[in-house]
Design a protein around this ligand. Structure first.
Ligand code: ZN
Length: 90
C-alpha cells in the first residue's frame, strides 16, 4: 500500500494540515490533547461529527420533502396525492 497523505481540516482548530494516517483528524499534539479533553467531556468527538453529518444528510432530505409538500399545496393536492401522481407520471 502506498503512503497515505491527505489534506484535511483539523476538527479542533479548523487549520488545514496533511494527514499521514487515515485516522488523524487533528493538526497537532496540542489539538490532539484538546480533543482528548473534549472526548472526556462529550464521550466521543468522532461520533458527534458523524451525527452532525447524518443530520446534514437527513436535513437535505427533509428539505426535499418540504419542497414537494409546498408544490403539492400549490396544486391543491395533499402531499400523498401529489407524490403518488408524480411517481405515476414518471
Ligand atoms: Zn488543530
Amino acid at each position: 500500500m502506498s503512503e497515505f497523505s491527505e489534506v484535511r481540516k483539523c476538527v479542533v482548530c479548523g487549520a488545514t494540515f496533511v494527514a499521514h494516517n487515515w485516522s488523524r483528524i487533528y493538526c497537532s499534539q496540542k489539538c490532539g490533547r484538546k480533543m482528548a479533553n473534549a472526548r472526556a467531556r462529550q464521550k466521543n468527538l468522532e461520533e458527534v461529527i458523524a451525527q452532525e453529518h447524518k443530520k446534514k444528510v437527513k436535513g437535505s432530505n427533509m428539505k426535499a420533502i418540504n419542497e414537494l409538500a409546498v408544490e403539492a399545496q400549490k396544486r391543491g393536492l395533499s402531499y400523498g396525492e401529489y407524490v403518488g401522481r408524480y411517481e405515476y407520471d414518471q
